[in-house]
Design a protein around this ligand. Structure first.
Ligand code: NDP
Length: 253
């Protein structure tokens, strides 16, 4: 689908190196938005920025680790220098590291909480003033948080991942009470099984196999499906806030 209303927008997409973030950045740029691509893998970001530019779009690669406050500060400065204030923030970066809770993997818990929750908050902190200012000038302004179906459906061994996503969905709900009255929309998108590299960091062979089995049993969503949902959400008239969307593959209950 094409969303011409996006042509005026200036966006930041975190986790743009791969998966849903890369797909969202591509779609926003194809519709005319200027897009800042944030993630840690500079090479992938540069490649995507070059691809978007070659197709006639506008994008910049901004290497950033959202678990590192100084890195987020530097990224925000780079975005502002290149594009000025932004009016669309897609808070999409995340990691999923399942293991039985009894294994006590504090390393994985810390990484998930730092990325999926504190990292998302760091990015919100960096760009909320821009969103509020854009809305005050009468423009659309959006904060989109990519949460997960795991925020409200329990999967064994995914307790901490689910807890971070439940927190992100709840954060979206709470932020609406602060930002909605200032005309900034806040949306939580909760995808189900989607074919990306997210599961590639799982270090438990049985859980890797289990996830692989799910992909064999269920035709998963594609990253492009979620990109389309995000582009649709942020291109509604500015008084319409699609606040909470759950998108599942048809065969996932
Ligand atoms: P990917 O692994 O392809 O994308 C995750 C992105 O996050 C990568 O581009 C990665 O880039 C970036 N990232 C990870 N850690 C950091 C960090 N510390 N700082 C900056 N960027 C970081 O998977 P998806 O596209 O699937 O994931 C996107 C979002 O969707 C995640 O929040 C995930 O939890 C959520 N989700 C995914 C589902 C699925 O089935 N795939 C289902 C429901 C929700 P880099 O490594 O270069 O930093």
């Amino acid at each position: 689908m094409s969303y011409p209303a996006l042509a005026t927008r200036t966006a930041v997409v975190t986790g743009a190196a791969s998966g849903m973030g890369a797909a969202t950045a591509r779609l926003l740029a194809a519709d005319g938005a200027r897009v800042a691509l944030l993630a840690r893998r500079a090479e992938l970001l540069e490649k995507l920025a070059a691809e978007i530019t070659a197709a006639g779009g506008q994008a910049i690669a901004v290497t950033a680790d959202i678990t590192d406050q100084a890195s987020v500060d530097a990224a925000a400065e780079a975005v502002h220098t290149a594009y000025g204030p932004v009016d669309l923030l897609v808070n999409n970066a995340g990691v999923m590291l399942p293991n039985p809770l009894a294994d006590g993997r504090i390393d994985e818990w810390t990484r998930m909480i730092d990325t999926n929750l504190t990292g998302a908050l760091r990015v919100v902190r960096a760009f909320t003033a821009d969103l509020v200012a854009a809305a005050a000038e009468g423009h659309p302004a959006d904060l989109v948080n990519v949460s997960s179906i795991a925020s409200h459906v329990a999967f064994p061994d995914y307790a901490v991942y689910g807890a971070t996503k439940a927190a992100l969905t709840q954060l979206s709900t709470a932020l609406r009470t602060e930002l909605g009255p200032r005309d900034v929309r806040v949306s939580a998108i909760e995808p189900g099984l989607t074919d990306t590299e997210l599961g590639g960091h799982i270090d438990n062979p049985a859980l890797r196999e289990q996830l692989g089995g799910m992909f064999e049993a269920i035709p998963a969503l594609r990253a492009d499906d979620i990109a389309d949902l995000i582009a649709y959400t942020v291109s509604r008239p500015r008084h319409v806030n699609l606040r909470h969307l759950v998108a599942l593959p048809t065969r996932q209950a």
